[in-house]
Design a protein around this ligand. Sequence first.
Ligand code: IPE
Ligand code: IPE
Ligand code: MG
Length: 236
Amino acid sequence: MQNLPDHVAIIMDGNGRWAKKQNMPRTYGHKKGVEVLKDTVKSLIKYEITSLTVYAFSTENWKRPPKEVKYLMGLFSQTIEREAAELDEQDIKINIIGRRAELDQKILKKIEKIEKLTEDNDKLILNIAFNYGGRAEIIDVIKKLKADKNLKPEEITQKLVSKYLYNPTISDVEFIIRTGGDKRISNFLLWESAYAELYFTDKYWPEFDEKELNKALKSFAIRQRKFGALTGEADQ
Ligand code: IPE
Ligand code: IPE
Ligand code: MG
């Protein structure tokens, strides 16, 4: 397919509703969600897409019942440990973005371990947004800028702000897919998505398969991106 994005981001929503539909606990949906993510990663590699950012846990998700929060923490922790070797073999580089200070020591150790293990890989960059919030990220940037006493106001540019994000090496996102039927951003990548194309599907995340991914990418491929300028035949 021509005109594919380099950087895709996914709001993997609808796990709980998918599980409920089949009379299963919400946790069953989250577990299935991990399997779907693994398949999606493989499909993106086939399309030669180079970056994927996924929303796994938001700064607002702490408002859920403690049991569900605990399950999600455990699932993330187990998954990054269990999948580390295979991800490395597939030449995938893992970055975890989000507020680390609020995470448990055991999880932090596993995050550091998987990032270190996969740091030289370059087939696909997989950014996992965990305890991530777009506003929290911007506030954390402002705090870092304020802490630099030598910085003059005129030196604060878009380029500089980008350097202070959780991971400055991550490129701007070009295409955001949200599953689960809701048409909102829910505090995902507020700075990085300034000119992203958006795609919403009613499919729940656990039922998002290669066919659905293909549909989404086809929709991106025919869009005309203008970035505020005048382009296209009519403008010439
Ligand atoms: C997305 O699925 C996963 C996380 C937010 C961790 P949900 O858990 O939000 O599932 P729904 O939206 O309630 O169905
Ligand atoms: C967004 O889904 C966060 C993740 C997918 C991790 P939510 O289910 O938390 O979003 P809202 O509450 O519907 O906005
Ligand atoms: Mg949801």
